[in-house]
Structures are given as C-alpha cells and as structure tokens.
Design a protein around this ligand. Structure first.
Ligand code: FRU
Length: 526
C-alpha cells in the first residue's frame, strides 16, 4: 500500500477537489500528438514562458533595485490548469527572464489565485524587520472544497510578505484580510499607492464590476465604492483589474485608468481586456463619458487580437522613470489548454509601455514595446520602397523572421491592405486593413496547426480604426509563435499566437499598395 506523506496528501486532496472555473473546468485528456511533440520549437526566444508546465496570468509585478519581478499563475504538475501557485521570474530589462523558485504554494485555505505586490517603503504593514523593506503581496485564496460543496463564498483576499526582495514569502497568520461577501466571483486584488490621498488603494473584480478598497496598513481594508454595474462588456466575468494614474502625453493633466479583463465577453470572443479613463476623488471612479453603455463596439480595448489577457502593470517604477509598464498573458481561455505545445504552455506578451493620449476629444491608451528591446536589435535592413513586382516586404533572404521586428509605412491607403506571413509549406497568417469597413482584421484559419480548438481559427476584427490618418504605420514583433502588431503608433494593437508546421519565412502584401520606410531586424540575444 502506498503511504502518503501529509504534504503529498494535501496536494492529492487539492487535485481531487480541483476547481471548476468558467472556461477552465475540464482537465482535458493529455494528448501527445506527433505535431505537438515536434513543436516544442514553438517556444519563444524572448517572451517569457515557463521552463515546464502550465502558466496563466501575470501576478505581483514589482520593480526593486534594478530588477523587474514577474510572478505568474502556475501549475507545476501538468501542462493544463490546476491548483494554482505563484511562479516567479526576474529580469533586468523586462526582455530576458530568469525563472526562479516557486514563490507561493497552495495550502489548506486554498489555491493561490491572481493578485499583486507592492514595495512597502514606509513599513506601513509593520512586516519590516528594521533592515529589509517588506514587499507585500495580496492574492485571492480560492478554496476548492468550498466550490466542491457548491458554496459561493470560496474566494477571499489574503496577504503574504517577503523580506528578501520576493525570493521567499511568509503568509500573514490572520488571513484572509478580506472575507468573502457571499459572492461567487470575488478575486484578483491589485494594489497601488495613492499619493494624493496618502493611502493604499486596491481594486478587485466582483463578478460584473470592480470594487474599490482603501487601507493605511495593507492589513485592514475598507470598501469605498463600486464601479461597472451594467457597464461596458458584460457577457462574462470581470477579472484581473488594475487602477492607476497616468499623465496625458504632452500635458500636465492626469487621469485615472481602470483596466478590466473579462472572460468570456472579450471583443473578439473569449478573453479580452477593456479600459476606462476617468477621475478618482479618493472614493469614487467617474469615467470620462458614458460612452460605453450596452454597446461593446467601442475602441476601448487594450488589444484587439485574441491573445492578450489578464495584463496588469508593474508597481514601484521609480518616479524618474515614470513609465506605466504592462505585460499580459499571451493566450485565451477559449483554447489555452489545448495549444500544441507539450512541455510548457503559454507565454507572456512583450512588456509594453502604456501611454495616455488625448485626441479628437477622447482619451486613448497607446501601447509600445518597451524601449529596452532596442538593445537586442541586430543589424537593421532598410528598404526605402517596395516595387510592385516585389510583394515580399521581407523574406528569408533578408532575415530570419522567427525572432524579428519589422516596421514600415503605407503612405496612403487607397484600397484594402492584405498582409500575410507565409511558410515554405504555404501556411499563411493573414492580417490587414479593410478600407470600406475601416477596420483591421486577422485571419489565422490557414496559419498552420489550428485543429486543437474550433475557436482558434476564427477571424477577428477591430471595429472602427481609431486613427483618422490617411497613412498607415505598422510595427510588428515576431517570436516563433506570436506576432504583436502595433498600428498607428500603438493606437490599435493586435496580439495573436500561431503554430505553423514550418516557420514563416516571408511577409507579403497585396499588389498595388505602396510601402515605404521598411526597416527589419533580427533580435540577437548572444
Ligand atoms: C484569469 C483568472 C483569474 C484567476 C486566475 C486563476 O485568467 O481566471 O481571475 O485569479 O485566472 O488561475
């Protein structure tokens, strides 16, 4: 007879009482198809992916002493979702990452769901020892037993602290710090320091809205308001919010931004992230204008591709830096657990700087790959103009497109623009702009391996283009299994993953569309 040690027994129990969340309840049969085995190569070169096993949301991101910390939802036993831990990775530049020891393990109170971390410089929490600055993380306990028993109050908020810059963590003995208010979906706390009101501010997702809390010490939290009832995208559960102040580019004006992921109910189905710009008076969030209503066909989505979810920003970025730095999970609950990678599953997006601009009486968030990426850019190929016979903007004679950036300009849009990334075996990832409809699209139906999930291959679009310019500026970041397309200086972003049977080797455009200012380069990590 097998004797189980207590720890092993606990893990076993946790697995038995495994969670049944919307969209990720079923642990699919493990399939080891030939395709998936061959394609361990899909692993990105510079987007963070765990060495092994399952990852979803980015968590607890903070910066301290020259290091960016990234924690993430992690299941170290399998390549599908399971009892959640917080994995940990560190980077000096948000581009090259080193995976660290697991930071937080599930325990008798439950799995460790998404959350955030802050650097408590003034030791407001009292967790400091006089020598080391405490880092305080807040996460959701998800109690699988409660869920199994069909209760609804199984998610609560808890804290843990670290006195060694995030390496090891101690869970607070009086957890949870916020009990469940009899609400089934009550999770993903994100804390910021609110300098104007000298208090900690926290936002979490409560089913179909966001709840705001404040605290002086990170332990005692008071709910101050709610936002979002009957507002914006309501076809799914709101998850993973973020709330922070931003300066409007080129002005002294500041605004508060609420980022709010939703699953399902994303703009293009499944998982997606919307945002709201407005004001915060210390108690209530008031969005700029009631533009959202029931109609979700509005431009306020951080990304219109299918694969950027649950993204949040880094805390404790120094004032001198001042950037709002963001990373998202590069997948979608519609098919995340079935994508054809075997040893590892899921990568993060490239770290991005978010900027807030005011244009045509509206506030728009633009996204930009972090400038740190530039230092890995190898020799740049430039072409001033593309001739009409030559529909390849770049191909294998120019560079290896599996880890590259390409940018160019279409000086005047006179007709539909169709791009396609093409492999030797003729797999094609198609994307572009439809002039009449005034919208961007992606069609990955013929992009390679697509049969693992029927939702994967469907075409996506953006709704009305945000920019009103006649010209179109395009920047693409490619990394083995992903493309991140930044149109119009980051006003419209589309991030998607793909699994071609052979790597894409050329980027083509349809006849008669002028292309100028082409710049392309491989990334070099030696
Ligand atoms: C979002 C999410 C969060 C939750 C976590 C569980 O993808 O559903 O709401 O905390 O994943 O892994």
């Amino acid at each position: 007879m097998k004797i189980y040690k207590p720890a092993a027994l606990l893990v076993l129990l946790l697995i038995v009482f495994s969670c049944k969340e919307t969209g990720k309840e079923k642990k699919p049969e493990k399939t080891t198809s030939l395709a998936s085995q061959e394609n361990e190569d899909f692993r990105p070169s510079f987007h963070f992916s765990p060495k092994e096993h399952w990852m979803n949301d980015p968590n607890g991101m903070f910066y301290l002493n020259g290091t960016y910390h990234l924690f993430f939802q992690y299941y170290p036993e399998d390549n599908v979702w399971g009892p959640m831990h917080w994995g940990h990775a560190t980077s000096k530049d948000m581009v090259t990452w080193e995976e660290q020891e697991i930071a937080l393990y599930p325990d008798e109170k439950g799995y460790i769901f998404s959350g955030s971390a802050v650097v408590d410089h003034d030791n407001t929490s009292g967790f400091g020892d006089g020598l080391n600055t405490p880092i305080v993380a807040m996460f959701t306990y998800h109690d699988p037993k409660g869920e199994e028993e069909k209760r609804i109050d199984y998610q609560s908020q808890a804290i843990a602290y670290s006195l060694d810059e995030g390496k090891t963590w101690t869970k607070y003995e009086a957890n949870p710090v916020i009990e469940n208010p009899k609400l089934q979906d009550f999770r993903d706390p994100k804390i910021t320091w609110n300098e104007d009101h000298k208090q900690w501010l926290m936002v979490l997702s409560a089913k179909d809205r966001a709840y705001f809390y404040s605290s002086k010490n990170l332990k005692d939290w008071k709910k101050v308001s709610e936002f979002g009832e009957n507002y914006a995208a309501q076809d799914g559960v709101w998850e993973c919010p973020d709330f922070f102040k931003m300066q409007v580019e080129g002005t002294n004006k500041t605004k508060w931004v609420l980022i709010q992921s939703t699953n399902p109910g994303g703009y293009n189905g499944g998982s997606g992230t919307q945002y709201f710009v407005g004001d915060w008076d210390g108690k209530n969030f008031t969005p700029e204008a009631d533009l959202y209503g029931k109609n979700i066909n509005h431009p306020y989505w951080l990304d219109f591709g299918k694969d950027n979810y649950a993204g949040v920003t880094w805390s404790n970025i120094p004032k001198e830096d001042g950037r709002t730095l963001f990373v998202g999970w590069m997948s979608n609950w519609l098919y995340a657990q079935e994508v054809p990678t075997e040893t590892w599953r899921s990568a993060m997006t490239i770290a991005r700087e978010l900027r807030l601009i005011e244009e045509n009486d509206d506030y728009i968030i633009t996204s930009h790959p972090v400038e740190e990426l530039e230092k890995y850019v190898g020799e740049t190929i430039t072409k001033w103009k593309l001739t009409d016979e030559d529909h390849a903007i770049v191909d294998h004679n120019d560079l290896d497109l599996t880890k590259a950036q390409v940018s160019f300009l279409i000086p005047k849009i006179t007709k539909d623009v169709h791009f396609s990334l093409i492999s030797e075996g003729d797999d094609q990832f198609k994307f572009g702009f439809k002039k009449e409809e005034n919208e961007f699209y992606i069609d990955r139906s013929a992009s390679g391996i697509t049969d693992f999930g029927k939702e994967f291959a469907s075409t996506v679009s953006t709704g009305q283009r945000i920019s009103t310019s006649d010209s179109l500026q395009v920047r693409m970041i490619l990394d083995n299994m992903s493309v991140e397309i930044f149109y119009d200086d980051g006003k419209t972003v589309m991030t998607e993953i793909f699994f071609p049977k052979q790597p894409y080797t050329s980027l083509k455009i349809n006849e008669g569309v002028p292309v100028i200012d082409i710049e392309a380069a491989e990334f070099n990590f030696d």
